[in-house]
Ligand binder design. Structure first.
Ligand code: NAD
Length: 207
């Protein structure tokens, strides 16, 4: 079954719900009310009820939502039930931090390869991953890696994306500020902390 009708905004919140639900399950909870989940995640409870209503009814009045069922359903919708092997390109300041971050694993992501263009970095081992020359990107398909993280400088981002697409990558998380163009069958999500930072002062009280 495909869930075409789920809006992008809801899809954006599903990983947040998943994190809260996994935490509650770890604490031994079997069910949770939308109010408690809302308090824990800092999201309105009506928003949670509306989002969950897109993919079925897992709530029992007075008891709350069945945590196990919800986790299963969200994993299914986000297609997180299989371990996803990812490649990281550009092992600089940001790339190193991402490689060292363990938080992707709860969503089933495994950074399985890292690439750089700098000969001084190639061959070095970081977090059990040996940095490879970018020319090895062409081996990604054979290694069943179809997801990639771009942490190269802005001027190298498009050529990196082109090489990744050529290597069969279907999803790219782009940390460079460059607007990457890819064929329609490839999904790019760009993350830019500077953009979020730039709109923060607008919401802050003067003085
Ligand atoms: P950095 O210079 O420390 O690292 C870049 C790495 O990419 C280097 O190791 C370099 O050798 C490598 N590289 C350069 N060209 C390459 C190529 N063609 N193929 C493979 N590797 C190549 O830079 P950084 O501070 O880690 O930043 C990396 C990128 O992330 C930049 O585009 C920067 O603007 C961006 N950035 C984004 C955010 C964010 O919020 N999204 C935050 C910080 C940095």
């Amino acid at each position: 079954m495909r869930y075409h009708k789920i809006p992008d905004e809801t899809i954006r919140r599903l990983p947040i719900y998943l994190r809260g639900l996994l935490f509650s399950a770890e604490q031994g909870q079997e069910s949770i009310s939308s109010r408690n989940l809302a308090d824990f995640l800092g999201i309105n409870s009506w928003q949670i009820r509306k989002d969950f209503s897109y993919f079925g009814d897992f709530g029992t009045p007075g008891v709350g939502y069945d945590i196990k069922k919800l986790i299963k359903q969200i994993n299914k919708i986000l297609k997180l039930r299989v371990v996803r092997r990812a490649a990281l390109v550009g092992v600089g300041n940001l790339g190193l931090a991402i490689l060292a971050y363990p938080g992707f694993r709860i969503y089933g992501f495994d950074i399985a390869a890292a690439f750089d263009i700098n000969p001084k970095k190639i061959g070095r081992k970081i977090e059990n991953i040996t940095i490879e020359d970018v020319s090895n990107l062409r081996t990604l398909k054979k290694r069943q890696i179809n997801l990639a993280i771009i942490t190269v400088p802005q001027d190298a981002a498009q050529q990196t994306a082109d090489a990744l697409v050529k290597a069969g990558v279907k999803g790219i998380l782009n940390f460079s500020p460059h607007h990457i163009t890819v064929p329609g069958k490839v999904k790019v999500i760009t993350i830019d902390i500077a953009m979020d930072l730039a709109r923060l002062p607008y919401y802050m009280p003067a003085g």
